[in-house]
Ligand binder design. Sequence first.
Ligand SMILES: [Zn+2]
Length: 259
Amino acid sequence: MTGISLYGVVADVFRERNNAGVVFLLKFEDVTGSINAKLHFSQSWSLGRVSVGHTVYISGLACSKNKQNHFELSWFEMEAGASFINLSCLPALLNSSCLHRLSCLSDLSSRSNSMHVCRVWLDQVDHCHVTTRFSHAPCGHFVKEMPNGAVECSFCRCNCDGEVVTRAFYLKLTLADENTKIFAWCTGQTATELLQISPDEFYELSEDEQVMYPSSLENERFIVALVNCKRQAAHGSCDSQTPEADAVSWEITRALKYD
Ligand SMILES: [Zn+2]
């Protein structure tokens, strides 16, 4: 069967180690259950940042039986009709009121929605945690230096020599509304929007200025999209692609300033 579309939440996504091609396994969940899809790329991951908890829409999936007689979904980047949209990271998500419904931070525990859009302000900014790291531009995940000195993308598991690597924020901070406060993390354009400075500009500040910088943001108001980034089950590998999120349950996938 071909031409299948799915809409649901990413429960896990990682590169298959024992595959000669560039294949990622995406575990997908909706209210009816979960299913695995193999995403095949001709050269490298090309879908931007996708992580646990993001809501995605995929079309052009094919269903077949594998050697173990289990149903398996596969998706080929170059196939006609293949598309992949990350709704949690859609640029227009927060400006278009038809694309979201506002909720309160206290609704986050209800789990009835996979994504929440809330009006918040930045709180306790003196306790926020801001650093910059390098991330792999095609996937937006952080790179790490290997014991042999090579730089590898923690998500694509590729050597980043000759790849586009950019400085990105790793930001953890407290968001508040009238009733509740939560601790959340983010990176990429979302962190730049919240901090209102580019990672390169921030990096150029003196150490003192970097420490002082967040205090200028106390009580700044934003509309944010939040997803639960807690992985539900381990996939057998002890490395997580977002180890920085481990202690934090919420990722801010989009942010938009408002007055
Ligand atoms: Zn990557």
